[in-house]
Design a protein around this ligand. Structure first.
Ligand code: HEM
Length: 351
């Protein structure tokens, strides 16, 4: 090593390869099936580590006020990489599917109560994203099981402390929605004098156009009329929860409705990147459940959950709910409210 800490690494030193390759449990005399089971898990955990890094960077960028504009593309890049990791992991379940049900049963008892349920890195990125306990299956607090494990000496206190500290910080979804809340709407700046009035006019004209479209569709049958009424009520309660306009949802509606405006290019790309990320996570969760169903049917999990039913329930989780919901109330370009202050968005046409 030279004075500055630079060093002529060998490949193996740089990667800590010797240590890494000693961690698969061969000293316990495991079968090839079990070694493959361990390697797939370890690979996922390494990717989880990278995911936490990437998402932390995104959260840190988005929780600044204001968010420096040149950092939005950086956030989009981190999100894009995370999505690719989830896609890669989703396709890795097929490697596990080479394990026959009996091949798995032959070492399953040895796992005891060990389960992916105890993956603290998975919990960390869920918390970092902003998955609420109330949204989890059975409203469980995943930190409870780590508290118990710490009490029983089965997990280190530092793990629990780390999860708690992530929980105390703003989540990615909170930071994102606060940023979206500040989107200029119809050229009106967040917090400016007549902003409330401009936003309210915009939302009312969107809702009027939505009502008209629902009215037209209602003509075909009574059943359709009931559905359209419910759809319109849904649009109102989305945009005006508790009767008051939600500016973050109004901002999101604006970004999605006027996607072609040059000034909205990066906000739109960021929103798209988040939707793509959540979609890739959902698909990853879904393929985990299918792999588990194929290998062990509907038996209960080693972690004590119902198994496949539990995993299927987790694929219903949505952290970025508003980003999904806004899609339900969008209007085709010709029906959306006419854009005012188009110059503000760097576009010299009003449509
Ligand atoms: C034959 C292979 C596998 C089987 C049969 C299996 C089965 C299960 C089951 C039944 C659960 C529900 C919790 C429980 O009661 O145990 C679970 C949860 C979980 N598994 Fe797997 N799994 C397998 C492979 C993997 C791999 C390779 C990973 C990668 C790290 C993984 C990560 C997880 C995670 C993170 C959870 C918690 C999910 C949540 O609570 O949202 N599993 N697994």
């Amino acid at each position: 090593m030279d004075e500055g800490g630079n060093r002529n690494w060998t490949y193996s030193e740089y990667l800590n390869l010797r240590q890494l390759l000693e961690l698969q449990g061969e000293d316990r005399g495991i079968s090839s099936d079990e070694m493959h089971f361990i390697i797939v898990h370890q690979t996922f955990e390494l990717w989880f580590k990278q995911i936490i890094r990437e998402l932390t960077e995104v959260r840190d960028i988005l929780c600044q006020v204001p968010v420096p504009e040149d950092q939005i593309p950086v956030a989009v890049d981190h999100l894009g990489r995370t999505t690719e990791i989830f896609r890669l992991m989703a396709s890795q379940w097929t490697v596990l599917e080479t394990l026959t049900p009996q091949g798995f049963l032959s070492f399953r008892d040895g796992l005891g109560t060990a389960s992916g349920f105890e993956s603290y890195q998975m919990r960390e990125f869920e918390i970092l994203l902003g998955l609420e306990n109330s949204e989890r299956f059975g409203g469980i607090d995943p930190l409870d099981s780590f508290r118990k494990m710490v009490d029983n000496g089965e997990a280190k206190k530092e793990i629990l402390e780390r999860l708690e500290s992530v929980k105390d910080l703003p989540s990615l979804v909170e930071s994102l929605m606060k940023w979206i809340e500040r989107t200029p709407i119809m050229g009106s700046l967040f917090g400016s004098e007549d902003d409330q009035e401009v936003v309210s006019d915009y939302i009312d004209s969107h809702l009027r156009a939505h009502r008209e479209i629902c009215n037209l569709a209602s003509k075909s049958s009574e059943m359709m009329a009931a559905r359209m009424n419910a759809a319109h009520d849904g649009a109102i309660s989305f945009l005006k929860p508790d009767g008051e306009i939600s500016r973050s949802r109004a901002g999101l509606l604006f970004i999605e409705s006027y996607r072609e405006l040059p000034l909205l290019t990066w906000p739109r790309k960021l929103v798209d990147a988040i939707v793509e990320l959540e979609e890739s996570m959902v698909k990853w969760r879904h393929s985990h459940a299918r792999m588990v169903e194929r290998i062990m049917g509907r038996r209960i999990g080693t972690g004590g959950t119902s198994g496949v039913d539990y995993l299927d329930a987790t694929s219903q989780y949505r952290v970025f709910k508003d980003l999904w919901s806004v899609r339900t109330i969008l209007l085709k370009p010709d029906s959306r409210p006419e854009l005012v202050n188009s110059d503000f968005y760097g576009y010299n046409s009003s449509k």
